[in-house]
Write a protein that binds this ligand. Structure first.
Ligand SMILES: [Zn+2]
Length: 465
């Protein structure tokens, strides 16, 4: 199918231009120019766009979990991470295909065309099938997914001295906490076998619809041997490793108590750091380690809402950017309003850079747009993937946003990157992935959203009853 898509404002090459557009054939962007020029060059072509629309590349949610429901709604209040994690078992068991398909649609309606899914297994014995169903849910919704099943093999209840913690507990509490000490009932070898099976069946190096990656889930939860094996597996398969790292102050402290040095320096010694590695959170990174990450080309995902809600803190994003580290943005399933509004998350990331005092670093909104688009692709899907910018030869992932729905009193005459101050998912109008419209006028084109939502509602109501 051939079409011209244009906006009153268009984000091209980090610039917000007036009346520009793209010409698309099939799933590829063939030309980029002023709308008037495209119309002359490609007559008799379908035209979609308008003066009121902002045209941007598809957004990339670089770290999430596809939980599809808010933990708060199931009496798991925001708390410090280590306590919060122990309560996640209270979440209802939702069919993985249903969860992923609704999550995919929700994100698409937020302008997200690629998501990084860090899986939380419901049943470890069934990990391959769960993973497979989850991937199919995202595929059928029409969103790209970087899927990484997790693995952990230590420190699930505490980080340092398990015996000391257990000796403080009464017999009844000891019984209650016993289950939290159990590591998953699959061996590391089983885990890598499942990753290989998923890789052979789903990893897509041509159209980049699905990427299979590995995830030693967190530095403190994984032995050195496991992290080394994960990196070896990723290098052998030319794919990526994603892990949570330095999310809380206690994780930083764990590293110093274990090895007398920072987590980053320990991972450097192990050979874990490299272009293959993306680390989520990194709130408690030592400033002196930023140059190591930059030299090793390690990528970072910023999760601003989650870090605030789980009392982790505020990651030093401005310092990461000034050290030339690639940083992306991830909702982590814990956006401010539990509504997976990626544009609001971008605004929060931008705003949290404003630290007290006149010497605080200023980051231009263009940098946040880059984190959510081209940098996000590099961080989530890997290098040399032709997605993330509206340019010739790239796959056509794009979003049309009705920015004139923002009240005039807010936006004034602003026609540039500062629109980030006001945009939210409510203004997202239409979304295209690989040349195919998946959302038109706010309506999902791929799956029956009403039926899926009804199925989810039935599950939730059955628990309530
Ligand atoms: Zn996470």
């Amino acid at each position: 199918m051939k079409q011209i898509i244009w906006g009153g404002i268009t984000l091209i090459n980090d610039q917000f231009l007036t009346h520009w557009g793209v010409y698309i054939e099939g799933q590829v962007i063939i030309d980029v120019d002023r709308f008037e020029n495209l119309k002359k060059r490609y007559p008799d072509t379908d035209i979609i766009g308008g003066e009121n629309l902002l045209l941007i590349p598809g957004l990339v949610n670089s770290h999430d979990h596809g939980r599809v429901i808010s933990p708060v709604g199931f009496n798991i209040d925001d708390s410090w991470l280590e306590l919060w994690l122990l309560q996640l078992e209270k979440l209802p068991n939702i069919d993985p295909y249903l969860a992923a398909s609704i999550e995919g649609i929700t994100l698409l309606k937020s302008g997200v065309t690629t998501v990084s899914h860090s899986h939380n297994p419901r049943n470890w014995d069934n990990l391959y099938q769960e993973a497979s169903d989850t991937i199919k849910g995202y595929q059928n919704a029409g969103i790209r997914v970087a899927f990484h099943p997790p693995i952990v093999d230590q420190n699930l209840l505490d980080y340092t001295n398990k015996d000391q913690v257990l000796s403080c507990l009464s017999p009844s509490l000891l019984q209650h906490f016993e289950k939290y000490q159990n590591t998953p009932p699959i061996s590391n070898q089983d885990y890598f076998d499942i990753c290989s099976q998923l890789f052979n069946n789903y990893h897509d190096t041509i159209n980049h619809q699905v990427k299979i990656q590995v995830s030693p889930a967190g530095g403190q939860w994984c032995s050195d041997q496991l992290m080394i094996e994960a990196v070896e597996w990723a290098k052998k398969h030319n794919t990526k490793v994603q892990m949570h790292l330095l999310e809380t102050q206690y994780q930083r402290q764990y590293a110093y108590e274990c090895w007398g040095k920072s987590f980053v320096k320990h991972l450097e010694k192990l050979g874990v750091l490299g272009h293959w590695l993306t680390c989520a959170h990194m709130v408690w990174i030592d400033e002196s380690d930023l140059s190591i990450l930059a030299n090793k080309n390690v990528k970072i995902v910023h999760n601003p809402s989650s870090n605030l809600r789980l009392r982790s803190g505020i990651a030093p994003i401005a310092k990461m950017l000034t050290n030339n580290i690639s940083v992306g943005i991830g909702l982590d399933g814990l956006g401010l309003d539990d509504d997976q509004d990626f544009l609001r998350e971008m605004r929060l990331a931008w705003t949290l850079i404003n630290q007290p005092g006149m010497n605080s670093t200023t980051i231009k909104p263009e940098e946040i747009w880059a984190m959510a688009t081209q940098k996000g692709v590099e961080i989530t899907l890997g290098n040399n993937v032709n997605i993330g910018q509206l340019k010739k030869g790239n796959l056509a992932d794009l979003v049309l946003i009705d920015y004139q729905q923002i009240p005039l009193r807010q936006r004034g005459f602003c026609h540039n990157s500062k629109l980030l101050r006001w945009l939210s998912k409510q203004q997202v109008k239409s979304v295209m992935v690989a040349g195919k419209w998946v959302i038109i006028d706010g309506q999902c084109q791929t799956l029956n959203e009403a039926d899926l939502n009804q199925a989810l509602a039935d599950i939730i109501m059955s628990i309530k009853d």
